[in-house]
Design a protein around this ligand. Sequence first.
Ligand code: G3I
Length: 367
Amino acid sequence: MTAGQRVRSLALAAAAGLVACGGGDFATAPTAPTATPAAGPPGTEVEPLAAAAAGAGKLVGAAVQASYLGQADYAAVFGRHFSYVTAEWEMKWLPVQRQPGAFDFSGGDRIVAFAEARGMRVKGHALVWHGSTPDWVNTLTAPELRIALEDHIRTVVGHWRGRVHAWDVVNEALADDREATGDGLRRTTFYETLGPGYLAEAFRLARRADPEALLIYNDYGAEGRGRKSDRVYELVMGLREQGVPIDGVGLQMHIDSSGSPTAADVAWNMRRLAELGLVVNISEMDVRTASQPGDTATRSERQKQVYKAIVGACVAEPRCDAVTLWGFTDKFSWIDKQFGADDPLVFDESYRAKPAFFGMLEAFQRR
Ligand code: G3I
């Protein structure tokens, strides 16, 4: 049986089933988790970031991996400081549905359980992304891919229905400036097989599967002013005008401490997205410093100022609901693999709070 035949048969069978749990009202103000008692690594001895964020009416989050939650220091520092969690890997298509119809929710379930036990909100990441799609999806015909997309979104969103504050429904659908042609959309399997309408289809499927969750378009390199930022703005404005159920935009914020994008440009971009009726969030922030001049102390101070300024832009924007870091300790960051050794986050490898942590704290406290 080909992948396509498996998809068709499974989708027909699955069409009858629908996992339903109670919806939740996520509109209430964020609540900071109760602070864990000050014990363990240094990071548990500084005041909880989540309490400061809640004072500003914001969620503060981090991407985590289920396999790290078994490490006591990791769990203690993450549990103390954050009110929002994103699965760095475990809720993506590839780990969840490696083969048609064979769903594995175990990693995501572990992260969701950890979050719920501490009063944290959950960000689902990511339903449709070319960067984490199993090979079998790339072999499907258009009718088969349409069925597979519906089956995946209905099953995954349905599995965590009522327990996810927001879903990154489509991630990184726009091409980078050097590749952008025509409509500016990235030529992924979804685009090539289903056409540009796949974005609207994905959002409509997600809304049907969980009417409560905020539905987000998430991208990078579009945080401040620029052509890709304009393409994101035009894309989501078009989706809204078509009546597509999109609620917000995630600005990934994978940046360095050079000062680009400026906080003023990020604030300007957030405001124009907000004026479309959208919420915005900073979804994957890390601030690389290795390429910057100066000694460690100088680079750490600059990194602090960047965190403070960018988080300050979210604090000042009423429609910015959250700041999420992509990891939280330099012990575990994708940056080291992607760009070489760096220290882009707010706790060091021994879970000590860095100047960057205090930059975030001061921003949330409007100091
Ligand atoms: O967990 C498995 C492990 O069991 C296995 O032994 C190992 C070797 O195959 O792979 C492990 O999975 C890896 C996973 O990270 C968890 O560490 C995957 O191979 C690897 O591809 C995956 O990379 C993630 C990447 O997205 C692709 O999904 C990175 O951690 C994650 O930081 C990165 O995050 C993306 C966002 O989702 C979207 N925005 C850009 C960002 C950075 O690329």
